[in-house]
Design a protein around this ligand. Structure first.
Ligand code: G5P
Ligand code: MG
Length: 226
């Protein structure tokens, strides 16, 4: 992707709304580098870093990691993506995080996946994950070719410790109280684009068309100025 069509996108939505799944499709279609705050935290836990060990109980209890720690990790990681388009998944999740992001970089658009909570609860208990890549499967939706095995690497799949019904309820509550205000924050800036549905396959064509249009518009804008 050339410098002229830089697009900085945030993807939001409740736990299990399909942020990871849709991000995978965006990466495939548009080649945007993808950074997921949850994947980053889980790889710290797996590598048993000091930070990972500290944050594990927070995550396992369905609570958000403190803002200052989360913003520091993400913004450090984003320094490598300074000159490019990107897709940020799972961050920001509080208004304080959104403000810390705004302080360092311009967000161009925010994709909001609006999926009912009842749909989500059913999905999360049948989710399987290839942790090193962040690839997500679901027994009912996109099962791996061989049960428990990643299609691409042949490595074992795992389930997330925070996908138990009780923790999913806590995550949904945290979303309602702490993350929904971020939607208002971006709506008031005119950046929020909401996609409503119960199936990723229904939502995806609309997201794809929206991003294509955005990228074309940016190209034309730059073309006019040149
Ligand atoms: P995460 O990792 O950011 P969540 O809770 O926001 O976690 P999650 O669970 O990763 O979000 P998702 O990415 O929105 O969900 O959804 P997904 O993985 O793509 O899809 C969920 C399942 O549904 C998958 O199995 C998928 O295959 C399936 N699926 C998708 N589409 C369909 C469909 O159409 N039909 C069906 N049947 N299935 C489908 O954050 C985890 C924790 O990290 C901390 C917090 O503690 C958080 O709880 N954290 C932060 N803390 C503070 N600030 C931040 N910014 C933080 N970021 C993370
Ligand atoms: Mg995810």
């Amino acid at each position: 992707m050339s410098i002229r069509n830089i697009l900085r996108t945030v993807i939001m939505g409740p736990p299990g709304s399909g942020k990871g799944t849709v991000s995978g499709r965006i990466v495939k279609s548009f080649g945007l580098p993808h950074l997921s705050s949850g994947d980053l935290l889980r790889s710290n836990i797996k590598a048993k870093t000091e930070l990972g060990l500290l944050m594990k109980s927070c995550i396992d209890q369905g609570q958000l990691v403190p803002d200052d720690i989360m913003s520091r990790i993400i913004l450090t990681e984003m320094r490598n993506m300074d000159q490019s388009s990107w897709l940020l998944d799972g961050f920001p999740r509080t208004v304080a995080q959104a403000e810390s992001l705004d302080a360092v970089v311009r967000v161009d658009t925010v994709i909001n996946l609006d999926v009912p909570f009842q749909t989500i609860k059913q999905r999360l208990t049948s989710r399987w994950l290839h942790q090193p890549s962040g690839r997500v499967y679901n027994i009912d939706f996109n099962p791996p070719k061989i049960a428990g095995i990643d299609d691409i690497t042949g490595e074992p799949l795992t389930q997330r410790d925070d996908d138990t019904p009780e923790t999913v309820n806590k995550r949904l509550r945290a979303y309602e109280y702490q993350t929904q205000p971020v939607l208002e924050y971006y709506r008031s800036k005119g950046l929020l684009e909401t996609f409503t549905g119960t199936e990723t396959n229904e939502i995806w064509p609309h997201v794809q068309a929206f991003l294509s249009k955005k990228l074309t518009a940016r190209n034309e804008m730059v073309g006019e100025k040149a």
